[in-house]
Design a protein around this ligand. Structure first.
Ligand code: ADP
Ligand code: MG
Length: 756
């Protein structure tokens, strides 16, 4: 039995950890697939639950310094989340202490360094011998604290390297700072015997102190900022009610959310939170659903309407029957989906991952090569002692600055912010790959009913060409249509009810998908449907005013029996008030909008013209929509398709990006790449601009992270020294490396504030 679960991971400190954990766990028998995300510090693992559990898997990565944290499957509202949150808070507190304690030490070392240099050149008074001696003894103590307490994770990286051959960014920093420390220690310990060979007055304790201080400060800022990238999900979790008022044994009692069961009768008071999903059975109210669906106007709800967990009642009060509880509520599914999407990996990250994976070993080779070059070539010009000094500076500088940390943060942090921002606006994104594809879309195929129009057509006219009475005809229409769920059917049955007609008994009912319905009444077979259907069964349509009426945007439903037309009902749907501006907006983004509908060609054209749609494909069966999308794709178009997610599922799947339009609770949010919770065409433009903003952020991040590493490594290695005299001091390398990670995370956070 394969189980797929997402675990939090403890102990991840840099992007290359992800690759290492993946590689290790992939080799474990029973693990089918694994995707580790550094951004969310989690792993999605598909594994054989019979032979493996999280503890066993965790034991494989424990020697490397990681562990998997299992969630408690029972609590939908995030037992794992609370635990992980506390862990994160502890981690931030610890980093904060380390950073704060490191700052004064770094400042003292920098001042001492500066005084020493400036004094040597006569800019300031030279240090007195006593102070100098005192400082020379103080520095090793500072360095010891920084390296062995603050820098412990980096030393652990060195240990991992020598034990398992696993090198990561911590290893680089660790080897760099440890080398500076050991060299200084050896030089001061063996001052006398070494004096003829090396400059024994030159020590590098300050490098160890300053580099670790900068990196820890950077790490602290980065971790703090990173925890803010994920706060969208926290807000969603915060929407959940803690308690619920339910009726048990005829009494109203307050119970905790977890205790609410399906079919419980839940009482909602004015201003109360709706605890679970359900259907109102008594009372009415307006409910503010903005936090879940993004729809700003409170929705009026009465008996029979559905309510969603996490939304807020306004002034009325009502009771409802719980239909979905725990992990099944829409809100819980949204939270799970957002978490999944935030943890998924964007294809654009593959390159960064590949580079990160080979980067560390390459950097170690470059660092050693730089040291060797200094010793071999530098000695001829500068003498051994000076060449060793500069070689050491290069060695440490290269190791410190080359950390591809920023590269590892570039994509996931932006994805986390982007997906979270979408969720807040009622745009649910299934995975990072979808978000990455969306901005490339240049054709949007939309359906008519429910997207351009409200999806609630009404009967406008009944055209009777037979000798039967109008009420008999409406009765036949209504009888056949009660069994269909098509919006046209709903319009006709409602109309029948309002006219008070009696509906006959229908036998052998059959629904002809995308065309109409048929059935027997009193031994006669009746067919209701569109022109295509009538043609198929050989019925001639003889409505004189058909063209005129369809051109008004009315949809005809023909009724026939015995190969003859009996009557036509025209229904019309209202165009959504924002459809025209939304389509204009999509046009301004360079999109081509095509309409794909099963409706009559005239009707579709009339509506398309009113809202400014470029092209119409009418009279399509659901499977033909899929073919049309394929055709567009063959012409090189990248197609997004909107649909209801149920009927149009195949076409949604064929499109490059499927956009499901949800309304209310029954949204199949897992069905498409993107789900617009409050099915609104305006949101399509917002989703596309979200994708654009996020991708732009990622590209900026990647660009700067790459440029930074490409430029800084040769600089630190001393490649420019012979020509310009440039050599990066390791302390500056530490600062630069810290800044690059912080700026990448900061740039990702900027996405939050962008207007959609
Ligand atoms: P769309 O969702 O694009 O309107 P459908 O495949 O749902 O397309 O329906 C296509 C057409 O088939 C409708 O426009 C209508 O003319 C006809 N049709 C489908 N179902 C019915 C029905 N129950 N009653 C009458 N006409 C129907
Ligand atoms: Mg449809």
């Amino acid at each position: 039995m394969t189980n797929t679960r997402t675990f939090k991971i403890k102990g991840m400190h840099c992007a290359s950890c992800a690759a290492r954990i993946e590689k290790t766990l992939k080799g474990v028998e029973g693990v089918q697939s694994i995707e580790v995300n550094y951004g969310t510090e989690s792993a999605k693992i598909a594994y054989n639950a019979q032979t493996l559990d999280h503890e066993k898997m965790s034991s494989h990565i424990a020697p490397l310094g990681y562990s998997l944290i299992a969630d408690e499957p029972k609590s939908a509202n995030g037992g794992m989340h609370d635990h992980a949150k506390k862990m994160k808070a502890d981690e931030i507190a610890e980093l904060r202490f380390k950073a704060l304690s490191g700052i004064p030490l770094a400042i003292v070392s920098i001042l001492f360094m500066a005084w020493e240099i400036l004094g040597r050149y006569g800019y300031v008074a030279e240090m007195s011998h006593t102070i100098e001696e005192f400082m020379h003894h103080l520095m090793p103590i500072f360095a010891t604290y920084m390296l062995f307490y603050v820098g412990r994770p980096y030393l652990a990286g060195v240990k991992r390297f020598f034990r398992h051959g696993a090198a990561d960014m911590d290893t680089l920093v660790g080897i760099g700072t440890l080398t500076a420390f050991l060299y200084s220690f050896v030089v001061s310990a063996f001052e006398v015997p070494l004096a003829p060979y090396v400059d024994v007055t030159q020590s590098y304790y300050d490098v160890t102190i300053v580099v670790i201080a900068f990196i820890v400060i950077g790490k602290y800022l980065e971790t703090r900022a990173k925890s803010r990238t994920g706060d969208a999900i926290e807000k969603l979790i915060g929407l959940q009610a803690k308690n619920a008022l339910v009726i048990r044994d005829g009494k109203e009692i307050q119970i905790s959310l977890d205790a609410v069961m399906k079919d419980d009768i839940v009482v909602v008071k004015p201003g109360g939170k709706i605890p679970v999903d359900g259907v109102i059975i008594e009372g009415a109210s307006f409910i503010d659903e903005s936090m879940v669906t993004g729809e700003p106007m409170p929705a009026g709800k009465k008996s029979g309407d559905s309510v969603v967990a996490g939304t807020i009642n306004t002034t009325g009060s009502f009771t409802f029957r719980a239909t979905k509880v725990g992990a099944d509520t829409l809100l819980a599914r949204i939270i799970a989906m957002v978490a999944d999407a935030q943890g998924s990996r964007a294809p654009i990250q593959a390159l960064a991952d590949k580079i990160s994976a080979v980067f560390v070993p390459i950097v170690m080779v470059i660092a050693v090569a730089a040291l060797a070059a200094w010793l071999l070539i530098g000695t001829q010009y500068l003498g051994f002692s000076q060449a060793l000094s500069l070689g050491l500076v290069s060695f440490v500088g290269v190791l410190v600055i080359a950390c591809p940390c920023a590269l590892g943060l570039a994509t996931p942090t932006a994805i986390i912010v982007g997906v979270g921002k979408g969720a807040r606006a009622g745009i649910l994104i299934k995975d990072a790959a979808t978000l990455e594809k969306l901005y490339k879309v240049n054709v949007i195929a939309i359906d008519k009913t429910g997207t351009v129009t409200k999806g609630k057509p009404e009967v406008i006219e009944v055209e009777n060409v037979s000798k039967r009475s109008e009420s008999e005809i409406i009765g036949i229409f209504a009888a056949l249509e009660t069994k269909s769920e098509h919006p046209i059917a709903t319009a006709i049955t409602e109309y029948g009810k309002s006219k008070g007609v009696t509906t006959a008994v229908v036998e052998k009912f059959d629904s002809l998908r995308g065309k109409g319905v048929k059935g027997m009444i009193n031994g006669v077979e009746y067919v209701v449907g569109n022109e295509t259907l009538m043609k198929e069964i050989g019925v001639k349509i003889s409505s004189e005013s058909l063209a005129e009426k369809t051109s008004k945007g009315w949809t005809p439903a023909f009724l026939s029996a015995n190969n003859e037309i009996i009557a036509t009902i025209f229904v019309a749907d209202t165009i959504k008030s924002n459809a025209k501006t939304a389509i204009a907006q999509l046009h301004s983004m360079g999109m081509k909008i095509v309409m794909m509908t099963g409706d009559d060609e005239n009707t579709a054209n009339a509506i398309a013209k009113q809202v400014g749609i470029d092209q119409v494909y009418a009279k399509l069966l659901p499977e033909e929509k899929l073919i049309k999308i394929k055709e567009l794709q063959q012409k090189g178009m990248v197609v997004a398709m909107t649909g209801d997610g149920v009927n149009d599922a195949p076409a949604l799947a064929q499109a490059d990006v499927g956009i499901a339009m949800g309304t209310g609770t029954d949204v199949a949010i897992e069905s498409a790449g993107i789900t617009l919770l409050h099915g609104d065409i305006e949101k399509v433009a917002q989703a596309i601009s979200l994708s654009k903003i996020t991708m732009k952020g990622i590209k900026q991040n990647l660009f700067w992270a790459f440029v930074y590493n490409i430029v800084s490594v040769p600089l630190a290695a001393g490649l420019f020294y012979p020509v310009f005299g440039w050599l990066l001091s390791p302390a500056i390398a530490g600062l630069a490396m810290a800044l690059s990670s912080v700026s990448v995370v900061g740039n990702s956070l900027r996405i939050k504030g962008k207007k959609l």
